[in-house]
Design a protein around this ligand. Structure first.
Ligand SMILES: [Zn+2]
Length: 337
């Protein structure tokens, strides 16, 4: 829980275009999420405020104090996507500032399914994992872990919807909202064509590959959406990319191509493993992720859903097929694999 507490200091970093990067600590191996403050004459737009934890609030108070930014000066809150490490503090900031919170309708729907009063996501997800061979006790860990997020995204904000194709004034620039599904259905990236800046959310990250998850009630082939989205994003000329994690980076095209290549390799490797032995999704997940998922419900969920995303993608390409045995889906390669 606290492994990352001391790696993030409350120092904002200024980037070209007057963009302030604030690193907000996370209690996971990702270590921090990037929040961005964009200044205009009226005050600030806050992008992706972070997860609601005591440590995050400490960092925010320190940074806002150092930068002499009063809460009232934050007039808009914009979310790239719905994941709790980006969305979690939106409601808290709305309470402090009175600012509207903007996000896509699809992203908001996801937050209701995960953390709303009628939430059903944890039960649906563990049912899916059971079908793909995950042992019962690990399903319990995942259910408990998911439930622990409710406090970290509370209070929930009142939101206003934005959509792909909208132009948002943020800081001194106009930013085009671009649909960027795959990592999160409904995610938006924002492009400043004058400065050639891209706010990427978690779609294009330096050093790490964004998680692609099969989850119930979302896209049936999220990897296909992700790969298509990367191809679309590659059409934009970008000199500086502002990611949700790690540091802003210049080699935007290089990263997109590296991510496409990573998934090609991963799909090929899964076919090889299935050629050796037909198996269920959980067994494959253990081979692919090994020690990184042992005893860590957070990493296990990402690993399991990503393994399933690859499997359903291969199944849609008719390179693998699945059959049910003892209530569990077993995957095997087909003749065209
Ligand atoms: Zn994310």
């Amino acid at each position: 829980m606290t492994e990352s507490a001391n790696v993030v200091t409350g120092q904002a970093r200024e980037w070209p275009g007057g963009i302030l990067q604030v690193r907000i600590p996370l209690p996971f191996s990702l270590k921090w999420v990037n929040s961005y403050l964009l200044q205009d004459e009226q005050g600030y737009t806050l992008v992706d405020p972070g997860l609601h934890t005591e440590q995050a609030l400490d960092v925010w108070k320190q940074v806002l104090g150092q930068e002499r930014i009063a809460f009232e000066r934050i007039h808009s809150i914009v979310l790239t996507h719905q994941h709790p490490d980006h969305f979690g503090l939106a409601g808290w900031f709305q309470q402090q500032t009175g600012a509207p919170v903007y996000m896509s309708e699809a992203s908001y729907a996801y937050t209701r399914r995960l953390w709303g009063e009628e939430r059903s996501f944890a039960a649906d997800l563990t049912r899916l994992y059971r079908l793909h061979g995950m042992p019962e006790e690990l399903q319990d860990d995942i259910r408990d872990h998911l439930e622990s997020f409710v406090a970290r995204v509370s209070p929930m904000p009142n939101v206003s919807f934005i959509q792909a194709g909208d132009t948002l004034q943020m800081g001194s620039s106009s930013w085009l909202a671009i649909d960027a599904p795959g990592h999160a259905f409904g995610q938006l990236c924002f492009y400043d064509g004058n400065r050639k800046h891209m706010l990427c959310g978690d779609q294009v990250l330096p050093d790490i590959t964004p998680n692609i998850s099969l989850v119930p009630g979302e896209e049936e082939d999220p990897l296909a959406s992700f790969l298509r989205s990367l191809q679309e994003l590659a059409a934009y000329e970008v000199e500086l990319a502002f990611p949700g994690h790690r540091e802003p980076f210049a080699d935007y095209q290089g990263r997109i191509h590296a991510l496409l290549a990573f998934h090609d390799r991963r799909l090929a490797y899964i076919l090889e493993l299935l050629k050796d032995r037909p198996q269920h999704g959980f067994a494959l997940c253990q081979t692919l992720f090994g020690a990184r998922i042992a005893g860590n419900a957070h990493n296990l969920r990402f690993a399991m859903s990503e393994t399933l995303a690859h499997l359903v993608h291969l199944e849609r390409q008719s390179k693998v097929r699945s059959r049910e045995g003892d209530g569990v889906q077993i995957y095997e390669i087909t003749d065209i694999a």
